[in-house]
Ligand binder design. Sequence first.
Ligand SMILES: NC(=O)c1ccc[n+]([C@@H]2O[C@H](COP(=O)([O-])OP(=O)(O)OC[C@H]3O[C@@H](n4cnc5c(N)ncnc54)[C@H](OP(=O)(O)O)[C@@H]3O)[C@@H](O)[C@H]2O)c1
Length: 244
Amino acid sequence: MRDHCAKAKKFVQKTRKTALFTQKSERMKRPHVIVNCAMSADGKIALPTRKQLKISCEEDMERVYKLRNECDAVLVGVDTVLSDDPKLTVKEKYVKKLHQPIRIVLDTHCKTPKNALVVNGTAKTMIITGKKCNKKFGDNVEVIQCETDKNGFINLNKLLELLYKRGTKTLMVEGGSTVVWSFLKQKLVDDLYVYVGPMIVGGKKTPTLADGDGIKGIDDLISLKIIDVNRLGSGMVIHYRMIQ
Ligand SMILES: NC(=O)c1ccc[n+]([C@@H]2O[C@H](COP(=O)([O-])OP(=O)(O)OC[C@H]3O[C@@H](n4cnc5c(N)ncnc54)[C@H](OP(=O)(O)O)[C@@H]3O)[C@@H](O)[C@H]2O)c1
């Protein structure tokens, strides 16, 4: 157990150095963006039905909670809210000093259910919509209207600008595959952490780490550099950095 804690801590210490690399963030006038994802050995991130699949082992969960605790905000797409109903909070038992990041949902048409766990009031939440939304959520929930892009999605550059102005220096993007694709495609990712679990899921339509439309040709390849590879529990964590 002690060994697990030390390993998870090591990952976060490395990340902290990265995450607090605010000079770059200040230069770019946007938060430092960290994508975190758990996938099977064949790159799938859920069941073929798109229902949630537990891929992370306990040690990886600890790493994820510690990483969330270090970030100012965590972000998911509305389809992850609809399929997994995540809380996106930090579990106290995993961290020394609890810090709940702001929870952000990309939700152009304001489909987040009023009873979703992400809007349960235990931490601040921002629902980012593309049009005016009159839905009333409970305490601690802010609905923010943002420009949309040519695909009708939330314009990520505008959103990052807005978050940066509001004090978000580090943003953790936790999925799902459409959102991760959008961030990667637009080269808005600084660090990518992938936990690879020891299982195969299969299925042509099963969500993968990055879906979306995919690249058009070889010139559009999104290139990454491997920074670190480590065994963790029953799987391994790969830390990539994006080559801009
Ligand atoms: N293993 C893991 O680490 C992990 C983590 C999270 C999720 N998941 C899995 O991922 C799956 C969900 O992924 P998904 O691809 O279906 O959905 P998603 O990425 O969670 O959400 C996509 C939706 O977000 C909204 N959106 C708004 N602005 C966007 C933008 N700029 N770019 C992209 N999307 C934007 C769009 O809906 P509107 O047009 O309605 O706004 C879009 O359809 C589930 O199966 C879940 O279990 C796995």
